[in-house]
Design a protein around this ligand. Structure first.
Ligand code: NAD
Length: 321
């Protein structure tokens, strides 16, 4: 059965991303402001891993501006204390807990949880955000593969397993946001270990969302943050370096994320200044089509499919515009 992506002989069929198709547009939602949202709300508690820089730091700052109490964790102690200082200026030192934490170590994550619950007795927002992205290939650097999985996959699991049992039994609603990546969905060449961990984070967060939905009286929802190209340490940001025009700032990504959490969205697929949402939608559909249509792996980057892929994107966008 063809899905309308391409036929067996390689000729094009109409794109399934027609205007009006339900997945072509974001779900209509009623925005909620900070006065009424029960979680993104002054006085609640946010716990953010990987808060020593980038998206994690921006999340700490933006949530502090809304008046949440902020617990931050990072393996980089210097970055962590810089974030703590910035956030303290906004909410006051008494409302900041800063805990040097390596998320790949379960005992350190448990220590973080204990400190937060001893101080504040609850968690409203848990941002499971720490990650690393060292380059490698598919058949070299097994130690690198282990390290990336320890941080990006087992780090996320350590945090999830440590906090979720407590958050489930809280009286007030709460959210867990795991940070995935488009690379965990479309799997571009160049960083296979990172991509594999992010594919795993997508899978485990989907399962978490389902399990929470099926748990009676659960007051906890899960969300998958899928940042676009965001100018952070991971993508080459450093002091004095200007943000490339195509990238979003970490603040832009965080503000977009908060809007989508307010709207109750599970998949928080962020655009950037280079890639609009519709292009991401088409790329994701093409990737799924590799499996469904039996094309070669990663056909988007296969020379025999280059022209077909480009035509698919052109047609898809023309039909949507
Ligand atoms: N920047 C992008 O374009 C982009 C795109 C897609 C996904 N992401 C994801 O967004 C998240 C945040 O990344 P970022 O872009 O802000 O990068 P970043 O490097 O600025 O931030 C990552 C933070 O995680 C910390 N960290 C690394 N290993 C850790 C460990 N073992 N324990 C605790 N903390 C650890 C780092 O010290 C750093 O402060 C990551 O999950 C990343 O994979 C980023």
């Amino acid at each position: 059965m063809a899905l309308g992506l391409s036929s067996a002989n390689g000729s094009r069929r109409p794109s399934p991303l027609r205007p009006g198709a339900s997945f072509a547009r974001e779900n209509p939602v009623t925005p909620m402001d900070d006065e009424v949202h029960p979680v993104i709300h002054s006085g609640r508690v946010a716990v953010i891993t990987g808060a020593g820089s980038g998206i994690g730091r921006a999340a700490a700052v933006e949530l502090a501006k809304i008046g949440l109490k902020i617990a931050i964790a990072d393996v980089n102690e210097q970055g962590l204390s810089e974030t703590a200082a910035e956030v303290s200026k906004i909410v006051g030192e008494a409302n900041v807990i800063s805990v040097p934490t390596d998320v790949s170590k379960l005992d350190e994550v448990e220590r973080l949880r204990d400190k937060v619950y001893e101080a504040w007795g609850e968690v409203g927002i848990l941002m499971n955000n720490a990650a690393i992205a060292p380059k490698g290939t598919s058949w070299e650097g097994i130690d690198n593969w282990r390290k990336v999985f320890d941080v990006n996959l087992f780090g996320v699991l350590n945090v999830q397993h440590t906090f979720v049992p407590n958050m489930l039994h809280q009286e007030n609603p709460s959210v867990i946001i795991n940070t995935g990546s488009k690379q965990g969905i479309t799997n571009p060449p160049g960083n296979p270990a990172y991509n594999a961990t992010k594919a795993a984070v997508k899978s485990l967060t989907e399962s978490l969302a389902h399990e929470l939905r099926e748990t009676p009286a659960s007051n906890l929802t899960a969300h998958l943050l899928i940042p676009g190209w965001t100018f952070t340490g991971m993508t080459g940001a450093s002091a004095g370096k200007e943000k490339p025009a195509g990238a979003w700032s970490a603040q832009e990504t965080v503000l977009y994320m908060l809007d989508k959490v307010r709207q109750g969205q599970f998949y928080i697929l962020c655009p950037d200044n280079e890639t609009r949402r519709e292009v991401d939608q088409l790329r994701i559909m093409w990737g799924a089509g590799d499996v469904a249509e039996g094309r070669p792996a990663l056909s988007r980057w296969h020379k025999d499919y280059k022209a077909l892929f480009e035509e698919y994107i052109r047609d898809g966008l023309a039909q949507l515009d």
